[in-house]
Design a protein around this ligand. Structure first.
Ligand SMILES: Nc1ncnc2c1ncn2[C@@H]1O[C@H](COP(=O)(O)OP(=O)(O)O)[C@@H](O)[C@H]1O
Ligand SMILES: [Mg+2]
Length: 426
């Protein structure tokens, strides 16, 4: 419930140096006002305290993009730094998966110009393994992995350690194996091994890691949306206000508690000078009453969805034409494909948290996202697609209200078929 300020961990271990791989920035850090997440913060803070007392742990935070995983990890890093822990943190990146141990090397700040001979030796081994034209045997990776484990072990001998790896869904396989081994040794060391990942793209190794963490009594926390009050607090805080007026609150509700979407919504409105603050209340400016979504926001949201496969995105764009809720059957009709063809794409969208089950139908979790997907199709094309959808639905005997909704969206496409259907249905 509280609104806190987060900064970089003051005692964070930062060996500014060049890595054997290009350096990664590590998890994003929320320096702005932080809303809600009291239970999660308390849970992780407790793990840090226990680690400082010598009882290590492993913990995973799972959540869809924008749900605030990195922001939460940043708050744990700050806490651990204040309690005197050594903090090692990095985020895996999508392109780094090809390089063995890349994520762990970044995390442990193993750099080739370091004074530390052990780190230099690890760099040497990996450089050999990754040299152009040399087919690596894997032996050097195994050796480097053992040395990395040793590094952590020795660091724990000096001070308690917090090791954070964000975006585990992109970590290379060798780093995930090291992460898994660290989890196994955490309980005997003052070591907190913390990771965060998205459920999509799905990684089998992450299933194994999750099972391992659970089996060891560690924490696997699925980060859900902010509740209504905290969501409004986040938006108000970004606008420098204490609360939101009714129109702004209506618009914020369309982000369904996802802090990433809420942040982008608030920032897009502020950029366009569309928020006024009066007596501590932030509200859409008078000209805006009616709650249009800024174009910059729909573009930003469309960009956030690019982690989905092309097939899932195309299916979602068509589904967006049908409204916030739709039946798989109607979608199949509109696409002129059997429903069985759509299962993979829709399953991916559900796992990614873009769609959710709504009784026997599917629904967009975030109305903002549906709008962004729909707006991504040019208006003229959208009109034509709505008109086609109306005809396809009518041909299968869909209820007139569904057909009418499509015709209304096709606004200016009044042709012979439309007039005929209207006459028959009336
Ligand atoms: N509880 C929160 N309060 C305020 N802002 C938040 C909160 N959680 C996340 N944010 C902001 O929302 C955006 C997305 O959060 P992030 O942690 O990057 O999500 P994820 O890592 O799950 O994709 C960031 O700008 C972050 O600062
Ligand atoms: Mg993140």
């Amino acid at each position: 419930m509280a609104v806190r300020n987060l900064d970089h961990a003051p005692h964070e271990t930062r060996l500014a140096s060049r890595s054997v791989y290009p350096r990664d920035m590590g998890p994003t850090v929320a320096t702005e006002s932080f809303a809600g997440r009291d239970a999660e913060t308390a849970l992780l803070r407790n793990l840090v305290r226990e680690t400082v007392l010598g009882h290590g742990q492993c913990a995973l935070v799972e959540g869809e993009p924008g749900m605030g995983k990195s922001a939460l990890l940043a708050s744990v890093r700050a806490e651990a730094g204040e309690l005197g822990c050594q903090v090692f943190a990095a985020a895996a990146d999508e392109l780094g998966q090809e390089f063995p141990l890349r994520a762990m090397v970044d995390c442990l700040r193993v750099a080739d110009d370091t004074e530390d001979p052990r780190r230099a030796a690890i760099c040497g081994r990996l450089r050999q393994e990754c040299s152009a034209g040399v087919a690596g045997t894997g032996e050097d990776v195994v050796g480097a992995a053992e040395e990395l484990l040793d590094l952590v072990d020795q660091a724990c001998g000096r001070r308690p350690v917090l090791l954070v790896l964000d975006d585990l869904q992109w970590a290379d396989r060798a780093s995930l194996l090291v992460w898994h081994r660290l989890c196994r040794s955490a309980e005997q060391l003052p070591l907190l091994v913390l990771g965060a990942y998205r459920p999509v793209p799905h990684r089998t190794e992450l299933d194994q890691i999750r099972r391992g963490v659970r089996a060891r009594g560690g924490v696997v926390h699925v980060l859900g949306p902010l509740d209504h009050c905290d969501a409004l607090r986040l938006v108000a805080a970004r606008a420098g206000a204490a609360s939101c007026g009714g129109e702004l609150a209506w618009l914020a509700d369309r982000a369904a508690g996802n802090p990433g979407y809420l942040t982008e919504l608030a920032d897009a409105l502020l950029r366009d000078d569309r928020i006024r603050v009066s007596a501590g209340v932030a509200e859409l400016s008078a000209a805006d009453l009616g709650g249009r979504v800024p174009a910059a926001l729909t573009t930003a949201i469309a960009g956030r969805l690019d982690f989905l496969s092309g097939q899932a995105l195309a299916t979602l764009r068509s589904a967006a034409l049908l409204g916030d809720e739709f039946s798989v059957h109607d979608l199949a009709v509109v696409l002129h494909r059997p429903a069985s063809d759509l299962l993979d794409a829709l399953g991916e969208a559900v796992r990614a948290g873009v769609l959710a089950e709504a009784g026997s139908d599917l629904a967009f979790r975030y109305p903002l996202v549906r709008q962004a997907l729909s707006d991504a199709t040019p208006l003229a094309v959208r009109s034509a697609l709505h008109r086609e959808a109306a005809e396809a639905l009518a041909a299968t005997g869909a209820p007139p209200v569904l057909v009418a909704r499509q015709l209304l969206a096709a606004a200016d496409t009044v042709d012979e078929w439309t007039l005929g259907w209207l006459a028959d249905t009336a």
